[in-house]
Design a binder for this molecule. Structure first.
Ligand code: IVH
Length: 674
């Protein structure tokens, strides 16, 4: 009989062996063990852990199986925003991108890292003390959803990092994808079970990741590819992005072996051409190429513009196109009253997805494209965006097309339509008196990114409005099971589920609530910015236009809409009434444990600091809760200046931004006594 200490040793050895063999199997595609041999190791681990359950740890491979959680996904604030990428489509765009970069840095040429743009879902993984502790989706870039349980089921992601010199904390960013072969197998399985087929690997990956029950995710063959690493300590002395990719693979975190480097625009274009050539043979879908300035110092210097880095761009593949027939053109009334013409199409598959409608945006677009009922058209679909009509195939016109004209009255409420000031959008100004706008407002309120009430989609909202049961947001919270059961489409279970979903939705965040109420011009990201900045509805109501504009990314138009909304007594009273029924705003659980010295403060680094390397200074600021950006603006809190600081220092002086030196930074972050 083994002692407990001996068992513990054996367990630890088994875990390392299992991880190593999983890596060989899932990452290198080069297994050493037969499946049966692997199963024996795994079974032995399960047996020992069953005998000594107290020795089970979260990073044990046996903990990948997943389980049902009753909770919806928790919100997670990212340590640094997860950004998007600017795009280039042509060689000329690429030349312009390279020129901007070289001019800004003041060099003739610059080294780039080139890599595939995976067509999946961005996630952030956190490892603390070598253990995989947290995984979050991108969400709105600032706040994502906790998908740790689901990501743990992906066998190629190590639950524990092995090796020497592993930093206390690292953040890994990458993409969850489904390999083409796994996608095909999954769809065969779905078909066998008479279940819904997935349109493409990306949708399959997204659906799998969004399972509340991670034991379902565990049955879905997901893969992961990391494309960046962030260290919170400097011991690895990363100089380039490529060093980061190398470190990731040293940590046995899967990366793509297609990444390369080059120093010229021709080199970038050659890489693009090479990948296009092999694209259809790659094991996963990609939707472009990403070029990144390789030097991390240069990346810092270039910084960010809006929500994208200046040091990287995505060279997108042309969107897929197909030909079909316009069966009809109708108009839709949106939540804000905008009237959008929509082409009803003969169903056609574009990029693996069946397309039956395409937006024509507005009247000008309709006229410019000259689309008529009965025309043959080219339709385009790129990524997740709404399908669009590229052009009419005029050669195919038979002469029997029917011309469509925009209505002068709202097709739903009959009120006279009017043009927006800029003349582009035709709008029904009847607001909530127009049942289409009211319905869309309610559907928006219940949607996933808003109050997330599962089961209250367009059809049911329509039905509840028709029955006269739901007329505004508040009515949703007054719904009763007994009443629902009496309605068509509802049975005991579905009524119960809806009531439960409504109850659950009361636990939300201020950001989601602000987004849900549908203030004109306030999208998800602005709603989250408002919540973060003001922290309460009352404060937003009290804010002046200037105070609203002080929020990053909010300009005069948006601040005016917010102000108007909160100044409407009817609207504000309704909000308060909803809150009274017991809406609770959960504090977003940041993946940092306490508030830090520099929480919410923005820094710019410039010049050479006396002792700290730029990377080190940056990691000190970030780990104290601050943000480092590339350029100085009114919204910068501190400029940390060293020797030979140039234009950034001048601008800081002009804008009255506080300028500090290295010593003051260290004091501020409590890295040195006062
Ligand atoms: S770097 C700050 N590298 O593309 C830039 N992104 O539009 C961070 N993506 O959602 C992104 N492959 O998930 C980078 N090799 C790659 C990528 C990649 C796919 C996705 C990423 C993000 C989107 C950005």
């Amino acid at each position: 009989m083994q002692t407990k200490a001996q068992t513990k040793k054996e367990i630890e050895k088994l875990r390392i062996q299992i991880q190593e063999h999983s890596y060989k199997y899932y990452v290198e595609n080069d297994p050493i063990l037969l499946d049966e041999e692997f199963d024996i190791l795994y079974a032995r681990l399960v047996k020992l852990e069953t005998e000594f359950p107290e020795l089970i740890t979260p990073e044990s491979p046996t903990q990948r199986v997943g389980s049902e959680t009753s909770q919806a996904f928790k919100q997670v604030k990212h340590l640094q925003p997860m950004l998007s990428l600017s795009n280039v489509f042509t060689f000329d765009d690429l030349v312009a991108f390279d020129k901007r970069v070289c001019d800004e840095i003041g060099v003739k040429d610059i080294e780039y890292s080139t890599e595939p743009k995976f067509d999946g879902l961005a996630v952030s993984l956190i490892y603390e003390e070598a253990i995989f502790t947290l995984a979050a989706t991108r969400g709105d870039g600032d706040v994502g959803e906790d998908v740790t349980h689901n990501l743990k089921t992906i066998k190629s992601i190590p639950l524990k990092l092995e090796g020497k010199n592993i930093p206390k904390k690292i953040e890994v960013r990458g993409e969850v994808v489904m390999l083409t072969k796994d996608f095909e197998l999954l769809n065969q399985k779905q078909a066998g079970l008479n279940q819904k087929l997935f349109a493409n690997p990306r949708n399959a990956a997204a659906g799998s990741l969004r399972q509340i029950d991670s034991s379902i995710t565990a049955t879905r063959p997901l893969s992961f590819f990391a494309y960046s690493i962030f260290l919170f300590e400097d011991q690895h002395q990363l100089i380039t992005h490529s060093d980061g990719l190398k470190l990731l693979s040293d940590f046995k975190i899967p990366t793509s072996d297609l990444a390369s480097t080059t120093k010229s625009v021709d080199g970038l274009q050659n890489y693009y051409d090479e990948i296009v050539e092999i694209r259809s043979n790659l094991p996963f879908d990609i939707d472009g190429i990403v070029y990144k300035v390789n030097s991390l110092n240069h990346q810092d210097e270039l910084g960010f513009i809006s929500k994208a880095p200046r040091w990287a761009t995505a060279h997108k593949f042309p969107a897929e196109e197909a030909e079909t027939l316009v069966l009809d053109i109708t108009v839709q009334v949106g939540r804000t009253g905008a009237i959008t013409p929509v082409a009803r199409l003969k169903p056609v598959i574009v990029g693996g997805v069946k397309v039956t409608n395409a937006t024509l945006h507005n009247e000008d677009e309709l006229k410019k494209k000259d689309v008529n009922i009965g025309d043959y058209v080219k339709v385009r679909r790129a990524g997740d965006v709404i399908p669009e009509i590229v052009r009419v195939i005029k050669e195919k016109r038979t002469g029997v097309v029917k011309i469509f004209t925009m209505p002068s009255e709202c097709p739903v409420c009959g009120s006279i339509l009017s043009k927006d000031e800029d003349g582009a959008v035709l709008r029904c100004l009847n607001g909530l008196f127009c049942s289409a706008q009211k319905k869309q407002g309610l559907v928006h309120f219940c949607s996933r990114k808003a109050m997330d009430i599962d089961g209250l989609g367009e059809k049911i909202v329509d039905q509840l409005m028709e029955e006269g049961i739901v007329n505004d947001f508040l009515d949703i919270y007054k719904l009763k099971k007994d009443k629902l059961i009496q309605l068509e489409r509802f049975a005991e279970k579905s009524a119960e589920n809806l009531i439960e979903a409504i109850r659950k939705s009361k636990n939300t965040t201020l950001g989601k609530f602000i987004y849900a109420i549908g203030i004109r011009n306030v999208g998800e990201s602005t709603a989250f910015d408002l919540a973060k900045y003001f922290k309460s509805l009352e404060k937003i109501k009290e804010a002046t236009l200037e105070e609203l504009e002080a929020v990053p990314d909010i300009g005069p138009t948006v601040s005016k809409s917010i102000n108007e909304y909160f100044n409407s007594k009817v609207k504000y009273d309704q909000l308060m009434a909803i809150l009274d029924i017991g809406i609770v705003f959960e504090q977003i659980q940041a993946n940092k444990k306490r508030t830090k010295e520099l929480d919410g403060l923005t820094f710019v680094l410039t010049g050479t600091l006396p002792t700290l390397k730029r990377e080190k200074a940056k990691s000190i600021i970030l780990s104290s809760g601050g943000k480092v950006v590339g350029s100085v603006s009114k919204k910068t809190d501190y400029v940390v200046a060293g020797a030979d600081a140039g234009s950034k220092l001048n601008l800081a002086e002009k804008l009255d931004v506080r300028i500090i030196n290295e010593l003051e930074l260290l004091k501020l972050t409590k890295n040195i006594g006062r």
